[in-house]
Design a protein around this ligand. Structure first.
Ligand SMILES: Cc1ncc(COP(=O)(O)O)c(C=O)c1O
Length: 418
C-alpha cells in the first residue's frame, strides 16, 4: 500500500500557506500585557480570533456554520462568534446538560451531537423544547429512539432527532475513521428509520456524519513525511466514498418519507471537502476558532494561534533549564507527543522529552536571547481547543496589546459537562 500511495503526488493539489504557530506579538509584548497578573492564566487574542473567524467563513464558502461548542467552552466567546458573522447558525453541543445550560442562557438551534441516555436530562431537554427552543437529539440505535420517545411521551412533546451515520472507510487491515455510530450500512439505517416511523413522540429532522478521518487526522506533521503522504492519499481516496455514502443515506431517508432540515458534516479539518458535497446543508467548526496547535498540522489550511495559557517560572535548576508551575494540560486521544502543550514564547523554549508537561511543574529548555527571571511567564498553546477552558476559570481577552475583558469559562460558571 505504501508503494501505491507514493505514486500519487497530492501535495501539488494542496495549497499550503506559511505556518504561523507563534502569535505575532513578541514575548516582551505578551509579558507586558499580563504584568502583575497571577499565573497560570489563559487568554484569547481577539485580533487573531477575528482572523480565524474570517478565514473559517471564507473556507466554508457561504455554507451555514454550526459552532462545535466542545472546542470553545466559554459562552461569551460563543456569543462573540455568533455576532461576528451571519453564517454562524446553531450550536453543536457535546452533552445534554450543556444543551440545557446553553438553552437557558438564551442560545437556540442546538444539535446535541452525541446520544443522551440519562432520563432526567432528556426530561429537562423536553422542557426546553416545550418552551419553544429548537434542540435536536442524536440517535444511532433503536435503544436511543425508544428511550427518547418514552420520555418525550411522558413530557407530551415531540422531540426533533437526527441520525448519526458512521463515515469511516475500511481498507484491507485498516479501519480509517472512528468507532461511534452503529449505523454503518444502509440496512442499519433502514432499520433505525423504520423504528423512528413507529414512534409518535420523535421526529427525524436531521442527519449527521462526521468524517473524522479527514477532519481530525493531521497530515502535515513535521518530520513525518512518509506518514503524511500515506494519510493524504488515504484521505483523498476516502473523500469520494464519504460523499457517496452521505448522498445515499440522504436519499434513503427522503425516499422513506422524511423531510430533512439538517444535513450536517465536517469539522475544522475537512471544510474544503465537506462543502463540495451537494447534499450538505451546514458544516460544523469548533477547533479552528482558537486553533489549538494540533491544527497547525494540516496541509489544506492555516489558522492563527488565538488562544493560549501562561505559567510562571518558579525554578531555574540549570543554566538552560527553567521550571514553571503547572502546565501539564495534556490533550485527550491516543497518547503521542503532539498531545502535549506547545511552548510558544519565549521563542525556542522546548519541553524535555523525558518529562513532558508535569502535573504541578513543567521544566523546559531555553537558550534564546531573552533573559528569563523567576516570576516571568512562559506561554503555551494547548493541543486541543476546548480542553484549555477545562483548566481555567476565566479567559483574559486581549486586543491591541491590552487586556480588553475577562470572561468566565464554563468551568468558571461552575459548569463541568464532560
Ligand atoms: C460530531 C462532530 N462534528 C464535528 C466535529 C469537529 O469539531 P472541530 O471543528 O472542533 O474539530 C467533531 C469533533 O470531534 C465532532 O465530534
Amino acid at each position: 500500500m505504501i508503494v501505491e500511495t507514493g505514486r500519487i503526488d497530492i501535495r501539488k493539489s494542496i495549497p499550503c500557506e506559511k505556518n504561523t504557530v507563534v502569535p505575532r506579538l513578541s514575548y516582551t509584548n505578551y509579558k507586558k500585557i499580563f504584568k502583575g497578573k497571577k499565573y497560570p492564566l489563559a487568554f484569547v487574542n481577539m485580533g487573531l480570533l477575528d482572523e480565524n473567524i474570517t478565514q473559517i467563513v471564507k473556507r466554508s464558502k457561504e455554507f451555514p456554520i454550526r459552532i462545535a461548542s466542545k472546542s470553545i467552552r466559554c459562552s461569551h466567546i460563543l456569543e462573540y462568534i455568533f455576532k461576528s458573522d451571519k453564517h454562524f447558525r446553531g450550536i453543536m453541543s457535546f452533552s445534554g446538560t450543556e444543551a440545557i445550560f446553553l438553552s437557558k442562557k438564551g442560545f437556540d438551534d442546538i444539535l446535541v451531537a452525541y446520544p443522551v441516555i440519562n432520563e432526567e436530562e432528556i426530561s429537562e431537554l423536553c422542557a426546553e423544547i416545550k418552551r419553544g427552543k429548537y434542540i435536536n437529539l442524536m440517535v444511532d440505535k433503536l435503544d436511543h429512539i425508544h428511550l427518547l420517545s418514552k420520555i418525550a411521551k411522558q413530557n407530551q412533546v415531540v422531540v426533533p432527532i437526527s441520525v448519526d451515520i458512521d463515515m469511516s472507510v475500511d481498507f484491507p487491515g485498516l479501519h480509517f475513521g472512528v468507532w461511534r455510530s452503529s449505523i454503518r450500512k444502509p440496512t442499519n439505517l433502514r432499520s433505525v428509520l423504520e423504528g423512528i416511523k413507529r414512534m409518535d413522540y420523535v421526529k427525524l429532522e436531521g442527519i449527521m456524519g462526521y468524517e473524522a478521518q479527514i477532519a481530525g487526522v493531521t497530515d502535515k506533521v513535521r518530520g513525518k513525511w512518509l506518514m503524511n503522504n500515506i494519510v493524504r492519499s488515504l484521505k483523498k481516496f476516502s473523500i469520494n466514498k464519504i460523499a457517496s455514502k452521505r448522498r445515499k443515506s440522504v436519499n434513503l431517508i427522503k425516499n422513506m418519507g422524511f423531510d430533512l432540515r439538517i444535513v450536517n458534516g465536517g469539522g475544522t479539518g475537512s471544510l474544503e471537502s465537506t462543502i463540495k458535497e451537494d447534499v450538505i446543508t451546514e458544516v460544523t467548526v469548533g477547533s479552528g476558532f482558537f486553533n489549538s496547535h494540533l491544527f497547525d498540522n494540516y496541509s489544506r489550511f492555516r489558522h492563527e494561534p488565538a488562544a493560549g495559557f501562561a505559567c510562571a517560572i518558579n525554578r531555574h535548576p540549570s543554566k538552560h533549564i527553567y521550571t514553571c508551575s503547572g502546565g501539564g494540560y495534556v490533550a485527550s486521544g491516543a497518547t503521542e507527543p503532539l498531545k502535549l502543550p506547545l511552548p510558544i514564547l519565549p521563542q525556542g523554549a522546548k519541553l524535555l522529552k523525558n518529562e513532558g508537561a508535569g502535573e504541578v511543574q513543567t521544566p523546559f529548555t531555553y537558550r534564546g536571547k531573552d533573559k528569563l527571571n523567576i516570576g516571568d511567564p512562559v506561554f503555551f498553546r494547548h493541543s486541543k481547543a476546548g480542553e484549555l477552558c477545562e483548566r481555567f476559570n476565566s479567559l483574559y481577552l486581549i486586543r491591541d496589546g491590552k487586556i480588553e475583558d475577562t470572561v468566565p469559562t464554563y468551568r468558571g460558571e461552575g459548569m463541568c459537562f464532560l
